[in-house]
Ligand binder design. Structure first.
Ligand code: ZN
Length: 462
């Protein structure tokens, strides 16, 4: 992705100009007459998502004119890295630093490719390269692009190559880069160290369940704790998913990928926090040892859980991780999860949801989300639904009695394992692009990651 950007300044760089449809005539009036004629001949009206290659009088490419909405946004340049002729380009625009960051990030994301299983062609090698604009916060763009790329790579990699062990290896790689501590509790050691739910969900797989534990930062800084759901493949367990629902389940570790990517951003920006990230990494498989619907399981928090459905496994593994982090009395507790289909019914594929018990942090998150063009939508922790999780024989049931409001029920379930007053943000999202759009190829996707980081950077920045 970042090789589509260059610090070199070339006088021969082809300028890229962004023009609002309403201002095209005014812009054209300042150009040589034939430029306007060329744009008209090519039917270019500066509609958002369109662009026109403008030659000079010798026929060489002299300028790229891109149509945008006002103000310039994240995806304005995203189609270009894959479509422009190979060569060196430079932005010819005046934008605020925030806007510039977004536009350049959009270019970087447009250059993302998941290339692990494809032979590269010569065409892939030669590409359009954009000069880093002078006023652009290069580090911020790199940080966001690399984190997004990490989520996409991890979520798009099939489960055969990304099981619990490989997810742990990915966490260790990130930890090493920032000299963070990273330990992993594997298999039956989860029982010895009292993570019974994580063990129960993952025990049916040949690939042992584990809890990834990353720590970084000064012990004097406020504690920031993050959980990410790391279900590397979700068959649904004995409540087996139908094939159409199982097809995408390699991405059920996307919450874990978000937690790791957010940790990378936090460490890279050196936020003033004492960071701890827990990723329960399991495969929800089918075998004679699989946990069953109606089983009653003990949890780390001491609550017994009646299993309503073995496909509601994410909330179980997260419950043990949340309980452990809650014990450490963090300043803020955040979790990421591809938790419920109900969230997608409510908000669709592209809009991640969050739940929180605190109005101020909600407002801060919404403000950050808007600023970095990473939309999120709040759903309610609607207390009257809590009784739907009552069980006649255990402290709580993992699923509700009514097949509605499932995203809210999952959030209320998780809340049972932490302090009522804990400052907490729970997220539930798709983590996947179901179709390719400029800058957003089909495959794993970071959703709400940049918004969360932007909020944290204000809260814990220098
Ligand atoms: Zn499931």
């Amino acid at each position: 992705m970042l090789d589509a950007l260059s610090g070199r300044r070339l006088r021969s760089a082809v300028p890229i100009t962004l023009v609002n449809a309403g201002k095209l005539d005014a812009w054209t009036a300042r150009q040589p007459e034939w430029v306007g004629e060329w744009l008209t001949t090519n039917g270019f009206a500066a509609s958002p998502g369109t662009y026109c290659l403008v030659p000079d009088t010798t026929g060489a490419l002299a300028r790229v004119v891109v149509g945008i909405d006002h103000p310039a946004g994240l995806w304005d340049l995203s189609a270009l890295p894959a479509q422009l002729p190979a060569g060196h380009y430079a932005l010819d625009v005046r934008l605020s630093s925030d806007r510039l960051e977004l536009v350049v990030l959009g270019w970087a994301l447009g250059a993302y490719r998941f290339a692990r299983y494809k032979r590269t062609t010569e065409e892939d090698e030669s590409r359009a390269v954009l000069e880093w604009p002078v006023k652009c916060d290069r580090k911020a763009v790199e940080c966001a692009a690399l984190a997004t790329g990490l989520v996409r790579d991890l979520a798009t990699t099939p489960a055969s190559d990304l099981g619990p062990a490989e997810l742990a290896a990915a966490a260790k790689t990130v930890a090493k880069k920032f000299k963070a501590e990273c330990t992993v509790i594997v298999g039956d050691n989860l029982l010895k160290q009292n993570y019974p739910l994580i063990h129960a969900v993952g025990r049916a797989s040949e690939r042992a369940p584990r809890l990834i534990d990353l720590r970084w930062g000064s012990s004097r800084a406020p504690k920031l704790s993050i959980v990410g759901k790391g279900v590397c493949f979700d068959t649904g367990g004995l409540d087996l998913k139908p094939s159409s629902n199982m097809l995408l389940m390699k991405k059920d570790m996307c919450g874990g990928a978000h937690a790791l990517a957010l940790a990378q951003m936090i460490m890279s920006a050196r936020l003033k926090v004492q960071l701890r990230v827990l990723i329960p990494a399991v495969e929800n498989s089918v075998s004679s040892d699989a946990y069953r619907p109606s089983d009653v399981l003990m949890s780390r928090a001491g609550l017994t859980v009646e299993v309503g459905n073995t496909d509601a496994e994410g909330r179980l593994v997260m419950a043990d991780a949340l309980a452990e982090l809650d014990d450490g009395d963090p300043d803020l507790l955040i979790d990421f999860s591809t938790l419920t289909g109900a969230q997608r019914v409510a908000c669709g594929y592209d809009l991640p949801s969050y739940f929180t018990n605190d109005e101020r942090i909600s407002a801060a998150l919404m403000k950050a989300s808007d600023r970095v063009a990473d939309p999120m939508w709040r759903l309610p922790l609607f207390e009257p639904y809590r009784s739907q999780l009552d069980s006649p024989i255990a402290d709580i049931n993992s699923t509700g009695k009514v097949p509605m409001g499932g995203a809210i029920l999952a959030a209320l379930f998780l809340r049972a394992f932490i302090d009522r007053d804990r400052l907490w943000i729970h997220t539930d999202f798709m983590g996947w692009n179901t179709a390719s759009r400029p800058g957003r190829p089909l495959g794993g996707e970071a959703q709400g990651l940049r918004a969360m980081f932007a909020m944290l950077a204000v809260r814990y920045g220098k």
